[in-house]
Write a protein that binds this ligand. Structure first.
Ligand SMILES: [Zn+2]
Length: 274
């Protein structure tokens, strides 16, 4: 059985002391490939170094929407240079985040600039992905009760329909929202949230999403699945995410592994491992 952990933050300081053991534990659990995700230029450099160090680790590079402020200088040409590395499998994570404002009290003008900067950076990185022939990993987060970021992401993505594909990572939406992005050729992926008691909607989505339209991930070190909730999440937890999805879909773990691995191999343009 092979699982692909499609979203890990292996450059996080929480993995500094025991990363070899973390990668080994993933292997032992059947998680044979790990995609480590960049969130800024420095982070993208770090995940690339990790991809060079471990044969099973691959990299996505990009500027996270909450990091745009730090990266004013010419980040596209930096990303373009880094993207020459053959272990890069996607641009990401990129997108729109209205949940984490850079500071507490912002004037309307500051809010407008903040949102506009995110939109511009997202679009520039979509153009770069198109130029490089890569797909993208999308981060989208709204404040509770709003769908403004969701709508903005869809609006910005629209002209790219049929030209590149996005995965809506850490998907927290309804079955209808999943269907909306899948109809445009995109994918969704599930984290440990699918195991949380208070996430019935995510489980419902995991139950009905077409078998070729979703992938599995952890977003580690965040979002450890039950029964490890609150601990440091690790790539091997991808197996627990897949097991929960198998349970809600009435399948065996191996069937979910096979389907999600095939989907990920196609999305990230991996050669098949079998
Ligand atoms: Zn992430």
């Amino acid at each position: 059985m092979h699982l692909i952990e499609t979203h890990a933050h292996l450059d996080n300081p929480k993995f500094r002391d025991d990363l070899s053991a973390v990668v080994q534990r993933a292997h032992d659990a059947g998680v044979t490939r790990i995609i480590s995700i960049g969130t800024g230029i420095e982070s993208s450099r770090r995940v690339l170094a990790l991809a060079e160090r471990f044969s099973s680790v691959f990299a996505a590079i990009g500027i996270h929407p909450t990091e745009i402020d730090e990266e004013k200088e010419n980040f596209i040409s930096e990303l373009r240079k880094l993207a020459q590395n053959p272990k890069i499998v996607a641009i990401g994570e990129i997108g729109i985040d209205y949940f984490h404002p850079p500071k507490e009290k912002m004037s309307q003008e500051e809010i407008d600039v903040w949102k506009k900067d995110q939109a511009i950076a997202f679009q520039q990185q979509l153009d770069l992905a198109l130029e490089l022939g890569l797909n993208v990993i999308v981060h989208q987060r709204d404040v509770v009760g709003s769908t403004a970021a969701w709508e903005k992401v869809l609006q910005i993505l629209k002209p790219y329909t049929g030209k590149l594909r996005a995965v809506f990572h850490c998907f927290g939406g309804t079955p209808a929202q999943a269907a909306e992005v899948i109809a445009l050729g995109h994918l969704i992926s599930f984290t440990g949230i699918v195991t949380f008691k208070n996430a019935p909607i995510v489980r419902e989505t995991a139950m009905v999403v077409p078998s070729n339209a979703y992938m599995v991930e952890t977003d580690c070190p965040y979002l450890a699945p039950d029964p490890h909730r609150g601990e440091r999440a690790e790539p091997w937890h991808t197996r627990l995410v897949a097991a929960k999805i198998a349970e809600v879909r009435g399948l065996r773990l191996e069937e979910v592994a096979e389907a999600t691995t095939k989907t990920a191999e196609r999305f990230f343009k991996f050669p098949s491992q079998r």
